[in-house]
Design a binder for this molecule. Structure first.
Ligand SMILES: *Cc1c(COP(=O)(O)O)cnc(C)c1O
Length: 354
């Protein structure tokens, strides 16, 4: 027994459930990872840094910030990187919200949101998605109070897939007070093909209270190295830079991210492949009678309700991601894995209620 107690905001923290590992990596469709090896030259660039791992990394992240600054065409002062964008989000929330403050987000959305809000000791205000799996931006604006400090917008939404579109965003953002931070989480931005989808970087130029989150974990295939970043006004980003734990991004990760940014053509080919497979899987599911949300991401969402666990179990040896009582998220993988999923799901029959 100990008399030491964690802070009360940590008592009810939800568990983050990672996708299950599988016998063959190719069968893991549960964590929205990229099915391919890192882009050409990336492993070599990362390996070169291994000789120096007795040294702390470059704390200023000069190479990464300069490469991203060129890529995104904005000053390096507007960038802050961390150990994955999830960790940048934790720091963002800790920097802008605390006890007594409210943080609005759509639900269901990224699992880390309610956890990150609890860690910051602010109050989570989840707002249900619309029936088609998209954000209900009208209801989210209605949820604003004087205590609202941050609104999280996930586009495309994980785990359901739809994007936020320009017209509804324009109606929404004018209702948000200038002192409320709006975080646009674009973890899957590379996979968007809907021309009405908002662009975080464009909205950032228009609205001084918008910050965009990006990651190297999904399209770039560097989930294991943990590099993500936020983009925003230098004065907001400066506060976050000050709060990020020192040396969050290793030189190995930095070199891999920089080398990945140099492989635009190969990246585009891989992303195009995932998008075409997403369309093939979506069409296959439609043929089987599934009505699923329009995904602009590297996964599809099966709205199963109570059958989520049974459906996920029926897909073995494929690992897919059930959200209990809600649905199942299936990551787009290799052509063979996607084909296997389509074959298995074709024979799925919901359990008979007892
Ligand atoms: C995967 C994901 C992230 C972050 O991933 P990191 O690996 O921490 O960069 C952030 N937001 C959403 C919505 C995601 O799905």
């Amino acid at each position: 027994m100990t008399g030491v107690q964690p802070r009360p905001n940590l008592a009810k923290i939800p568990l983050y459930r990672a996708g299950k590992p599988t016998e063959r990596d190719e069968f893991k469709l549960s964590s929205n990872e990229n099915p391919f090896n890192p882009l050409p030259g990336v492993i070599e660039a990362a390996t070169r840094e291994l000789d120096r791992i007795n040294r702390y990394p470059d704390a200023g992240l000069t190479r990464l910030y300069s490469a991203l600054s060129a890529e995104l065409e904005l000053p390096a002062e507007q960038l802050v990187a961390g150990t994955g964008s999830a960790s940048v989000l934790y720091t963002l929330l800790a920097s802008f919200a605390g006890p007594g403050d409210e943080v609005i987000f759509a639900w269901r959305s990224f699992e880390a949101y309610p956890i990150a809000v609890d860690v910051s000791a602010a109050t989570a205000v989840p707002v249900p998605l619309r029936a088609d799996g998209s954000h209900d931006l009208v209801a989210m604006a209605d949820a604003l109070t004087e205590r609202t400090k941050v609104v999280l917008v996930c586009t495309p939404n994980n785990p359901t897939g739809p994007v936020v579109r320009q017209a509804e965003w324009d109606d929404f953002i004018v209702k948000i007070p200038a002192d409320v931070l709006v975080v646009i989480d674009e973890a899957y931005v590379e996979f968007i093909r809907d021309d009405q989808a908002i662009s975080g970087l464009t909205e950032l130029e228009r609205h001084a209270n918008v910050v965009v989150l990006r990651t190297f974990s999904k399209a770039y295939g560097l989930a294991g190295l943990r590099v993500g970043y936020a983009v925003g006004l230098a004065e907001l980003i400066g506060a976050v830079r000050g709060a990020v734990p020192p040396f969050s991004v290793t030189d190995v990760a930095q070199a891999a991210a920089v080398a990945s940014l140099q492989r635009k053509n190969e990246l585009a080919e891989r992303v195009d492949f995932v998008v075409s497979e997403r369309e093939r899987v979506t069409a296959g599911l439609a043929e089987l009678g599934w009505q699923i949300p329009a995904s602009q991401s590297n996964f599809v969402w099966l709205p199963t309700g109570a059958d989520s666990l049974a459906l996920a179990a029926s897909q073995a040896p494929l690992s897919v991601r059930p959200f209990d009582g809600d649905g199942v998220r299936v990551t787009i993988g290799t052509a063979a894995a996607n084909q296997q999923f389509l074959e298995r799901i074709a024979t799925w029959e919901p359990p008979v209620p007892s």
